[in-house]
Structure formats: C-alpha cells, structure tokens
Design a protein around this ligand. Structure first.
Ligand code: ADP
Ligand code: MG
Length: 619
C-alpha cells in the first residue's frame, strides 16, 4: 500500500514539500476552499478580500455562458429555470429518490427511467449533478490558485456524514471533472471537530456532538474519537430545515403586516425578491441586535428579536428532537457528550446557540466562524495527508480504485482510491436479460471511467442463477481488502443464495511510476471519459425505454387507439435512430418526447386495468 504524490502537470513523482492540498466544503447553500500555509489555516476570499463563501448556485446564460456564485444567486428569482441551486441534494440520486421534492426546485429535473440518475435540463441540454458540482469546484479551484500563486491538483472534499456510497462517489467524480485528484472524502462533522483541534492529539478519547444548521438542511452527528480515528455513532436531522425557513417566517410575517397576498407576489417577482433579501438581512442583523427595520417598495417593514424568536421557536425545537433521537440511536445520554461543536451559518442565531447549550447542558464550541469551520478542518486533513504533520500517523490506503465492469464497458468503483486498508465495500446489481443464468464479474483497478483503460485483475462467473425476469435478481458484489492488500471478491444472488468468490493480489506487479501514470491519465482524460460515460449511459437508458415501450404496446393493445400505437412506434424509431447516430442530448430529447407521449397513455391503461380487476368482485 502506498501514498503516491504525483505532479499532475508532468506526471513526475512529486517531492512531499512542494504540494499544497486544498480543503473544500462543497455545501448545499455555500461552498468554500481553504489551505494551510506554514501551519496556519487560510480560507480563500473573493478578489475584494471580503467574502469567503461562494453561493453554490449556477446560472446558465442564454448565450451558453456559465456563472457561479453571488452573480448566479442574484438571478434566482428573475430567471429560475436557468439558475440551478441545491445540486448537492441531487448528488448520486435516482429520480425515484427526489420525486417528492421536485416541486421545491425552480428548474427542471428529468425522469425517463425511475432508477436512472437524475438529470437537469436547461434549454435543450442535459446536465448531471456531478457536472454542475464540478462547475462550483472549478471556480473554487481557480480562486485558490490565484491566492496561492500556483496550480492546484489535489483536494480533500467534505460530505455530510449521512451520505451513502453513491453520493460520495458522485462527489469524487465532480472533483475529478474539475481537474482535482480527490485524496479523501471526509465527513463534515469530522472536519469541524478537527478545526477545533479535537482528535488531532492521538491520546484524545472523546464522544462529541456536532450540530450543523445550514441554509436548507440540518444534521446532528454523534462522533467517537479514538486513536485519531473518528467513528460516526449516529446521525439524525432534517434535510428540509435550515436558515431558509427562518427567512420564510419573517417573509410571512411581513406579508401579513402589509396585506400582501400570494397572487401579488406571483405577479410581482421583484417584490418577492426584495422581501426575500430583506428577510435574510433582518435575520442576520437580529443575530447581533434587538430590532430591524427597512423599507420595501415604499412600505415600512420591521421585526424585533423577540418576535423573531417566537416565530422560530418550534423550528429550533425540531432540531433538539433530532438531537434526542441521535443520542438514543447511539445509546448515549447527554452526560456522555464531552463537547458540542456548532457548524453552519444558522448557528449564529443566539436562540439556536442558547437552546443547544441548554439541551446539552454545557457551553458549546462556537469561537470559530461557523460557516468556515468545515473548510478549515478539510484543509487540516489535507495538510495531514500531505505529510506536513509528522506527528500524525497515516493509515494505509489503497493507491488505486478497485471496481467491476458494468454495462457498456463502464468502470464502477467499489473501493475508491485512498480508502483505508483493511477495508471493504459492496454494492447490488441485477440482470438485464430475462432468465439470465450466468453473470460475469470482471474486476479492474484504476481511475478511468472505461474499463478498457484500466488494469484487469481477474474475472469469474456467478453461475446457476435461478431463472427470473430481468431486474429481479439481487446480486451483491462484495470487495474485501485485507491488511496485506489481498482482495477477495464475492458475488451472491441474495434471493437464491447462489454465490462464488475469488482472491486477487491487487498491487502485484505494478510499480509506483505505473500507478502515477494511471492517475495522471485519469485526470487528463476526465472530461472526455465523462462524456463517453454519459453517452453510454444515455444509450443504455434509451435502449431500455425502447424495449419497455414495445412491451407496453403489446400488453395494452385493446386500450390503445391504432394511431396512438403508430405514434409510439414513430417516437420509438426516432429514439432508436438517435441511439445509433447521435449524442447524449439528442438521445435525451427523444427519450423525453417518447416519455411525454406515453405517460398519459400509461395512466389511462392503469385506470382501465384497475377497473377490470374490480369487475366481477362483489363489494
Ligand atoms: P450550507 O452548509 O447549507 O451550505 P451555510 O453553513 O453556509 O450553509 O449556512 C447558510 C445559512 O446561514 C443561510 O441561511 C444564511 O442566511 C445563514 N446565516 C449566515 N449568517 C447568519 C447570521 N449572522 N445570522 C443568522 N443566520 C445566518
Ligand atoms: Mg455546510
């Protein structure tokens, strides 16, 4: 196992001392980048040297330009369908997972296949959450490069403790697409604790709570720190509770005060925008004074701290209920919690701070800027990885990702590069053909999105899967890496308990130079790789829809009119042609067209089938 510092520019193995690894907090509302110079943390600010926060918002101009940050934020209300916010909520998510909050987003998310990953549509182009996040990362990277005065190629990026494997992998991919070698994905609460020095000392043995109230999300994590290792004992929270809700209660109050109806706001976007901005300003001001007043469109608005506190009391109580649940899940009580760390811009609200301190019956850690602590901790973790803190021992890590080949020759990493060794991970797959009996599992090592460019470690066949319809088998592929770097791969069909496994020596016969070259290739080719990957995925999805719509016609012949069947066939043919000849955007457009046409027909078919099944039944 090795840690290889490579220079992305020329592929040489880099000396430890000349690399800066940056720390990035890729937030739902705001993102930041920080680094360590001579032992001190610097959070990079904008050109005016004022703001360290980059709003996580992306605006697409009608001329194809892309704007990220404060500029994009100012277009949220005036141009919602071209202004993308909260992409973090969509990372690694299938349409199925996000359906229930589609209404909350002002832009368009696309569903062709319930199980496929979410896409976002602006004009006739389709974007993935990964590529949108990479736009934010590119801006952060450029900011830091300007501040440091040299190119940056390595980063630590933070994610919420509750992020699953797919969400973490999506975050890594976004980093890669922005030209960054993601050395490690770190939990946000872990980074915040590090920023306060908790866990930096190997002798530290503590249980702590990290309370994070951001713009749109709340989470609390209970962490156990032991031997420099952070273990998440439990997390709880509400992914739709944050500072934005504090703004909303103020807006509603003012709407009542001024007799402004929803209809008025709908027809006067600028008034809505002004109310929103003034409400946030009021909230922030009330964190340090007792009253706020301003003028909107000639109307006097004001609010006192006491009124504000009354209005948000129940929201704050909700967060405390989550803290209670987190304690319960960790099987701990308040007495077991040695420290409480405050994270997120909304913890600046005095009532929040006081309520959390009262709940945990102790003073909370709040000396550091709550919206900067995660980025600061990420920078510290990066500094440790860069080898600048000799007192801090690094765990063994995997030098290259390990994964398997999926449809279309794509690499699906199961154990990402830089994961702790020993360790393991698994993922579930299924079949794509009815009655499929055998499944080939081919194992690869490397960072490229296409297996043909990676190193094949071996393959085996999971045999004798009992006959089932495509998509029914649940095939779990598990990777286990022991302390000597021996990889065991096991595949099991969970319904029938059919299983096979093999053992592979994953680092055998590969030199440091070769590893460095593989890494370099992956970053230099990230953009074209991700394009090819997106095309293969679109083709694959399109093919599934072509087949599904054929099945739909077959099953519903008596319900469909002949012209409807003809029209479906025309659209299917268009989609098939696009799959054969065109790029991903065209394929996506044809999928959308077919889907839009068949959705009402499918609803009609469903109603009909329900009626049929009720007929003859006595009620
Ligand atoms: P996220 O982690 O979701 O990206 P942040 O930690 O940056 O979000 O928190 C953003 C939220 O913090 C916003 O709702 C913002 O209005 C709020 N906030 C920032 N400063 C203050 C303040 N002084 N008082 C109250 N709320 C604040
Ligand atoms: Mg945050």
């Amino acid at each position: 196992m090795a840690k290889i510092p490579i220079n992305i520019k020329d592929g040489t193995v880099q000396k430890e001392e000349d690399q800066t690894i940056v720390g990035i907090d890729l937030g739902t509302t705001n993102s930041l980048i920080a680094y360590i110079k001579d032992g001190d943390v610097t959070v990079v600010k904008d050109e005016q040297g004022k703001n360290s926060l980059v709003p996580s918002i992306i605006h697409f101009g009608s001329n194809g330009s892309i704007e990220v940050g404060a500029g994009a934020r100012s277009k949220l209300i005036s141009n919602p369908e071209r202004t993308i916010y909260s992409v973090k909520r969509l990372m690694g998510k299938a349409y199925d997972d996000v359906q229930n909050f589609e209404d909350y987003l002002g832009y368009k998310i696309i569903n062709e296949d319930e199980a496929a990953l979410v896409k976002i549509k602006v004009d006739d182009k389709f974007y993935t959450p990964v590529s949108l996040s990479s736009e934010i990362l590119k801006v952060l990277k450029a900011r830091a490069e300007k501040a440091i005065g040299k190119a940056i190629s390595k980063a630590v990026i933070t994610v919420p403790a509750y992020f699953n494997d797919a969400q973490r992998q999506a975050t890594r991919d976004a980093g890669k697409l922005a030209g960054l070698d993601v050395m490690r994905i770190v939990n946000e609460p872990t980074a915040a604790s590090l920023a306060y020095g908790l866990g930096l000392n190997r002798e530290d043995e503590k249980v702590i709570a990290v309370y994070d109230l951001g713009g749109g999300t709340f989470d609390v994590s209970i962490l156990q720190i032991q031997n420099g290792i952070f273990e998440v004992l439990s997390t709880n929270g509400d992914t739709f509770l944050g500072g934005d809700d504090f703004d909303k209660v103020i807006i509603n109050q003012w709407k009542t005060d001024l007799n402004i109806t929803d209809e008025v706001i709908k027809s006067n976007k600028s008034l809505g925008q002004q109310l929103r901005l003034a409400a946030e300003e009021a909230k922030k001001q009330l964190s340090s004074s007792d009253n706020f007043s301003s003028n909107i469109d000639g109307h006097e608005v004001s609010i006192s701290k006491t009124t504000f506190e009354d209005l948000i009391k129940s929201l704050v109580q909700k967060t405390l209920d989550s803290c209670n649940k987190a304690l319960k899940d960790a099987e701990l009580t308040i007495k077991d919690i040695q420290h409480v760390v405050m994270v997120g811009g909304s913890t600046r609200v005095p009532l929040v701070k006081q309520s959390v301190a009262d709940f945990f019956d102790q003073e909370v850690f709040d000396e550091l800027d709550p919206d900067e602590v995660v980025a600061k901790g990420a920078a510290l973790q990066a500094d440790i990885l860069a080898g600048n803190r000799k007192d801090f021992l690094l765990l063994d890590i995997t030098p290259l990702s390990l994964g398997i080949e999926t449809v279309g020759g794509l690499m699906d990493p199961i154990i990402p590069r830089n994961s702790k060794v020993p360790g393991g991970a698994g993922r579930q797959y299924t079949t794509s053909v009815d009655g499929q009996k055998n499944l080939k599992i081919a194992i690869y090592q490397g960072e490229r999105d296409l297996v043909e460019f990676n190193r094949k470690l071996g393959e085996f066949i999971l045999k004798d899967i009992p006959p089932m319809a495509a998509g029914m088998p649940k095939i779990e592929v598990k990777f286990m890496l022991d302390a000597d770097g021996i990889l065991t791969v096991k595949a099991e069909e969970l319904r029938s308990k059919t299983e096979t496994q093999i053992e592979i020596k994953s680092t055998y016969g590969i030199s440091e130079e070769e590893m460095a070259k593989m890494l370099l290739d992956s970053i230099q080719n990230a953009e074209s790789d991700i394009k090819i990957k997106a095309l293969l995925e679109a083709k694959n999805e399109g093919q599934n829809i072509v087949l599904a719509s054929a099945r739909f016609i077959k099953q519903n012949q008596e319900i469909l009119e002949p012209e409807e069947i003809a029209q479906i066939n025309v659209l299917r043919e268009n989609l098939s042609k696009a799959i054969k000849n065109d790029g991903k955007d065209k394929i996506n457009l044809e999928m959308e067209a077919l889907n839009n046409y068949t959705t009402p027909l499918a609803e009609r078919a469903m109603d009909y089938n329900i009626k049929q099944s009720l007929q003859g039944k006595k009620i």
